[in-house]
Design a protein around this ligand. Structure first.
Ligand SMILES: NC(=O)c1ccc[n+]([C@@H]2O[C@H](COP(=O)([O-])OP(=O)(O)OC[C@H]3O[C@@H](n4cnc5c(N)ncnc54)[C@H](O)[C@@H]3O)[C@@H](O)[C@H]2O)c1
Length: 321
């Protein structure tokens, strides 16, 4: 069996590829364009790590290069995990076109091939950003979605496109609404790694948005990989299922920073800022649907997960600085 993972040099793509290479017999084909939205050095280090596995092959390909994407699909692929996308909420204010290119046009180049090659199972990354600034929590998959930024809008568009595009086909499609994923090899543009970087680099100021009053449903990468793996062989009730991938344990940002502080003797320079446009105040997803599907009922304790992440960062900070 061959699995294609797009965005394999990215945080979630890399982590799941490694998980599969360690825990299964699948051959993994990974693609990524290694763009410089954040440090290419981190992406290359992740790929170096994966290159230790014989069952892994990497191709540097851009989602927008239709010919190259078509060629990848000639490699007799059984299952696709599509994680490649322009991620990040704030950057969507600065460079909305990047989201249209990768998340709309690039996404279509993938699903067209999924359709043409009759792929059995297609997993794709959506986001908690599709919900927008809701007032009713926890957020359920059946709630109305109302994104507040271009990033969330592209993910909403992906979900709706899949629903229509695959309607009469035999491909099982799974939309994954990830909620603030963190952990080893995490994304340097996200809060926890920004904070860690400021601890290790005294010149780097940490900007605390909304004075730390945001709340996020932090979800540990090891739980995410477990969930993705368990979903791999599950039969779907409907041909297209959408799941919240979250721990269902929202935490205030100030508390997360306190947990991180507990791991270090040094504190970073912090500059507090008001609420930033495109942000939402709170995310908190319900995870009953995914737990029922895969019989998973316990997520790793978030404080332990933060401690693990801090320990990992202490040993690997050079990759990030
Ligand atoms: N990490 C989170 O908390 C989170 C939350 C919600 C949704 N998501 C979604 O999950 C997916 C993975 O996120 P991540 O955190 O690993 O992000 P990431 O930025 O670390 O990984 C995405 C990867 O895709 C690659 N990529 C981007 N555009 C591309 C293109 N046009 N062609 C080829 N490769 C391209 C990038 O180089 C990067 O390596 C994304 O779709 C993201 O929107 C992530």
């Amino acid at each position: 069996m061959k699995i294609l993972i797009t965005g394999v040099a990215g945080f979630i793509g890399f982590s799941f590829a490694k998980y599969l290479l360690k825990n299964s017999k699948y051959q993994i084909i990974g693609i990524d364009n290694l763009n410089d939205y954040y440090s290419v050095k981190i992406k290359k280090e992740r790929l170096k790590n994966l290159s230790n596995f014989k069952k892994f092959k990497f191709f540097k390909v851009d989602l927008n290069n239709k010919n190259q994407i078509n060629k990848i699909f000639l490699k007799k692929i059984d299952i696709v995990y599509h994680f490649a996308a322009q991620a990040g909420v704030r950057y969507s204010l600065e460079n909305p076109r990047a989201y249209i290119d990768s998340n709309i046009v690039g996404f279509f180049n993938i699903i067209e091939n999924v359709k043409n090659h009759k792929i059995k199972k297609f997993f794709y990354a959506s986001s908690s950003s599709v919900y927008g600034d809701s007032k009713k929590f926890p957020l359920k998959e059946t709630d109305k979605i109302n994104p507040r930024n271009i990033y969330g809008l592209t993910k909403k568009n992906n979900e709706e496109t899949v629903e229509i595009f695959f309607k009469d086909l035999k491909t099982d499609c799974v939309g994954l609404r990830f909620f603030t994923v963190f952990g080893e090899w995490g994304r340097p543009d996200m809060l926890i790694f920004q904070y860690l970087s400021s601890i290790f680099n005294s010149k780097k100021i940490f900007y605390l948005n909304n004075y730390g009053n945001h709340t996020r449903d932090f979800t540990y990468i090891k739980d995410v990989c477990d969930v993705l793996y368990k979903l791999l062989n599950k039969r779907l009730i409907k041909r297209h299922e959408i799941f919240n991938i979250c721990s269902n344990k929202p935490i205030k940002i100030t508390s997360v920073l306190k947990y991180i502080d507990g791991n270090f003797s040094k504190k970073p320079k912090i500059k507090k800022r008001k609420f930033q446009l495109a942000d939402v105040k709170k995310t908190h997803g319900e995870n009953k649907k995914i737990n029922n599907y895969i019989n998973k009922n316990k997520f790793i304790d978030v404080i332990r997960a933060i401690d693990n992440t801090c320990d990992w960062y202490k040993a690997n900070w050079k990759i990030y600085n």
